[in-house]
Design a protein around this ligand. Structure first.
Ligand code: SAM
Length: 252
């Protein structure tokens, strides 16, 4: 039996309102994660306490960006409805599924290039009876040229997918002008921000802030790199599949 008090403690620390239904969904998500992980590679973290901290609380820590960046007020209760969020390279659903469970008003798209993982996400969506969320199988480079995805999201998030230069090419094309891209990073964020500066500008973005903190009750550092979408992304970006990682933009 999972100790839900730990989860409730983190939700309180992050000022996230919760009820029994929300807690129940987190418990069921953990159960599905461990069940499917026995026959499919989803995560190395499976113990409840670890999942609660390193997957759930970490994913939800993005509310700290909302606290710090005034414009990023998507987390205010009266402003969440209909906000379109994209999670690029979501894997087993991080941060997208915890965001949907905690903020059901968001309209969330989960994107991943691994079909089996998208199958898992469909099962989670179905079993948890989540609405206004869909899991899409495909490469970020490809969907970004689809008119219904290009510059169609209020904010785009991504955790543990690529360095900031590569990630900016994969993510910024999806963000509406006036929207935000928030990347979950850690110790190397400072270096990555410097290396990615020219690419971010070329893609129509502007670096706003690097929000640094420790995850609740731990000494694990988390950086949230916040990028504002100032101008349209030139049509040629992202380049074809694999190119952003093979030859990163503006690399010297
Ligand atoms: N975001 C999750 C997390 O933090 O637990 C998963 C991280 S996992 C290390 C990286 C994921 O990104 C994988 O599931 C992989 O399939 C996906 N991915 C990598 N490159 C991608 C691309 N170009 N388009 C879509 N998904 C991609």
């Amino acid at each position: 039996m999972e100790n839900t008090s730990l989860l409730i403690k983190y939700l309180n620390e992050l000022n996230i309102e919760h009820d029994e239904r929300m807690i129940g969904r987190f418990v069921e998500f953990h159960q599905l994660l461990t069940e499917w992980n026995s026959f499919m590679n989803l995560t190395a973290i499976t113990e409840w306490d670890d999942v609660v901290l390193k997957h759930f609380a970490d994913s939800l820590s993005i509310v700290k960006a909302g606290d710090k960046v005034t414009d990023l007020s998507f987390f205010d209760k009266d402003k969440r409805s209909g906000i379109k969020v994209l999670d690029v390279g979501t894997g087993a659903g991080f941060p997208g599924i915890p965001l949907k469970i905690a903020f059901p008003e968001f309209d969330i798209t989960l994107l991943d290039s691994l079909k089996k993982r998208v199958g898992f996400l469909d099962e989670v969506i179905n079993k948890l009876e989540l609405k206004d969320i869909n899991a899409v199988h495909g490469r970020a480079e490809t969907y970004a040229h689809d008119p219904s995805y290009r510059q169609a999201f209020d904010f785009v998030v991504s955790r543990a997918v690529a360095n900031l230069t590569v990630l900016s090419e994969l993510c910024l094309p999806y963000v509406k002008v006036g929207g935000y891209f928030v990347s979950y990073k850690s110790e190397k964020a400072d270096e990555e921000i410097v290396s990615a500066a020219k690419a971010i500008e070329l893609l129509g973005g502007r670096f706003i802030d690097d929000i640094v903190f420790e995850l609740p009750g731990s000494d694990m550092r988390r950086d949230l790199v916040v990028i504002y979408k100032e101008k349209e992304t030139p049509k040629k970006y992202p380049r074809k599949e694999g190119t952003p990682a093979k030859s990163p933009l503006c690399s010297v």
